[in-house]
Design a protein around this ligand. Structure first.
Ligand SMILES: [Fe+2]
Ligand SMILES: [Fe+2]
Length: 325
């Protein structure tokens, strides 16, 4: 992992294994180190919440009133203002072994936003992985015209557009670390995702690989201290909307929502702390570290670290480098 020029230290916690600073280019960088004794180094870049807000000529040609009304009324990051921030971040992580764009990459489902994702992500970062957030499957985002189709209709568009499975996708890096990107939108897991997850865990156990997992939203921690968790300025300045949140067992995977498949996925997850060594999320536009109460397969109680990153789209850009040693 390359050394960066530090302009200002922001915070360093967990014995320096979770450190945030500003580079001389004004980009916020958060370096998280997982010391697992893998006998090698793997670096994964975490890039949640890019929020491409853009309508192009194809949107105007198609004339979908829902999308065009959003394009006219949604001002935050309009006209693709995220681009320079993302480019700054990508320069910092150009030596990463893997890149995960962890949801809300599209600010809303427009052809213009997908065009920007093609140009700035799929074409520039070969092998990139991207999860789905709540924004990807919305066409109305402060627009005055209500959605006409269903969420499922919009998922179908995303399934066709995305270069990989949007519900569960995994990649093995350097024969050491399995990187998983899955969709936990509305706390639901598909039956196919559950089967793929079980197979990957078996593969990890059989071969001695570790797993790190990415989804747009964090999972329930089952820690009562997280029941009313205020999220303004946890580690860095962020968006406090809706705070405090219930990260213990609230409206997230493993909390108050989800069907039997989703509950099974979560149960397996929290009982696989021998393999799963880190969970990573975005969505809250804040930097946090909220450990999940978990167990080893023999029942021993432990925790799985869960890191929540702020948005790429803030300031000159924010990016997390995960170093697994
Ligand atoms: Fe977001
Ligand atoms: Fe989100």
């Amino acid at each position: 992992m390359k050394k960066l020029n530090v302009l200002e230290e922001v915070i360093s916690v967990d014995n320096g294994n979770d450190r945030i600073y500003v580079t001389d280019g004004g980009v916020y960088v958060r370096d998280v180190t997982l010391n697992l004794g893998i006998g090698d180094e793997v670096m994964v870049a975490h890039l949640p919440d890019v929020h491409f807000n853009y309508c192009n000529l194809d949107d105007y040609d198609e004339g979908n009133p829902v999308v065009l009304s959003t394009g006219a009324n949604r001002k935050w990051l309009s006209n693709g203002a995220s681009i320079p921030k993302l480019r700054n971040c990508l320069t910092i992580v150009d030596d990463a072994d893997g890149h995960v764009f962890n949801g809300d990459t599209l600010d809303y489902l427009s052809k213009g936003a997908m065009y920007l994702m093609d140009k700035e992500i799929w074409e520039k970062v070969p092998g990139a992985m991207a999860t789905i957030g709540g924004h990807e499957r919305a066409m109305q985002m402060q627009g005055k015209v209500s959605e006409t189709g269903t969420i499922e209709d919009r998922y179908k568009i995303l399934e066709k557009y995305w270069p990989h499975d949007i519900y569960y996708y995994s990649k093995l890096i350097k024969n050491k670390v399995m990187v998983v990107g899955y969709c936990n939108d509305r706390a639901y897991i598909t039956p196919e995702a559950l089967e793929k997850f079980k197979a990957d865990l078996e593969k990890c156990r059989a071969n001695g690989y570790y797993m790190i997992m990415f989804a747009h939203e964090p999972v329930a921690t089952q820690n009562p201290d997280h029941k009313e968790y205020g999220i303004d300025r946890v580690l860095t300045e962020g968006d406090p909307s809706g705070s405090p949140w219930n990260f213990c067992d609230g409206f997230i995977l493993g909390g108050s929502r989800g069907d039997a498949t989703s509950k099974e996925f979560y149960d397996i997850l929290v009982n696989s702390a021998d393999v799963i060594k880190g969970m990573f999320a975005g969505h809250y536009h804040n930097d946090m570290h909220l450990e999940i109460n978990a167990k080893l397969p023999d029942g021993t109680e432990t925790v799985i670290p869960q890191y929540i990153s702020t948005a790429v789209a803030y300031g000159e850009g924010h990016v997390m480098r995960i170093l697994i040693k």
